[in-house]
Design a protein around this ligand. Sequence first.
Ligand SMILES: C[S@@+](CC[C@H](N)C(=O)[O-])C[C@H]1O[C@@H](n2cnc3c(N)ncnc32)[C@H](O)[C@@H]1O
Length: 248
Amino acid sequence: MPSKAKFLAGIKAEKGAGKKADLALASLPKNWPEDVEYLTDLTFSDTITPEIRRGLGRDPSGNSPWVRISFETVAAPLKAEIRLIDDEKHPACGQRGLFAAEPLVPDSFICLYLGHVHTNSMSDTDPHSDYDLALDRELDLSVDGSKSGNEGRFTNDYRGIAERPNAEFRDCFVQIPCSKRSEGMKWERRVGIFVLSVGKAAKRKAGIKADEEILISYGKGYWESRKVIASFRKDEEMLRIANLALDC
Ligand SMILES: C[S@@+](CC[C@H](N)C(=O)[O-])C[C@H]1O[C@@H](n2cnc3c(N)ncnc32)[C@H](O)[C@@H]1O
């Protein structure tokens, strides 16, 4: 895995556009698909005004319990890697998944879920995306990882793969560079992927083992809406997978 800080610093160090592209390719995570742009932070739709963007810096409850992730943590090399799934028994065989590269302790930060931030208006939303996630319900914003994103976009749903998820999405604040602040940094909200906590009976105290697939719950609604889309499109394979997931 490349360190994101190194990735950014490397790109800034190169002046020619061709060199930039070569360097970016060389720094892509292993198994990254050619047709998806790799991001080191969110990108924003033109419909998102500076005022809306400022809203992402607010502390909704005045004293938010959301975890704060420092710039160093976000920029550190990931402890997870993208792998191609070739196990025919896996419901996402032929696709990719995110796997632990080393043991991950309960509650630890795995990575951010990055993509293109858009408003939830119909004209700003890709109805075909399988990678769209709510970012801020109050601001009515989502983040779509279909055309651009990071490792987070490869996290599969646990249904049909394991008995239960071992990770979850959590709202968090991250520290990002800001030249307007005297400290050179500001806090802005993101969605992160975290290892589940140990749980009441401490059943999950082992966290996630090395080589284990990182699995979250997309929620039943995700698969129900895929079922509707599959029926509409008459896509038998999509319908089969949605039914399988819902039966689990
Ligand atoms: C956010 S993507 C996950 C990454 C995807 N596997 C890839 O290689 O890009 C969501 C898509 O992955 C597949 N997927 C995720 N979890 C699955 C599961 N439990 N069973 C079947 N397909 C799954 C479905 O095609 C779903 O629409």
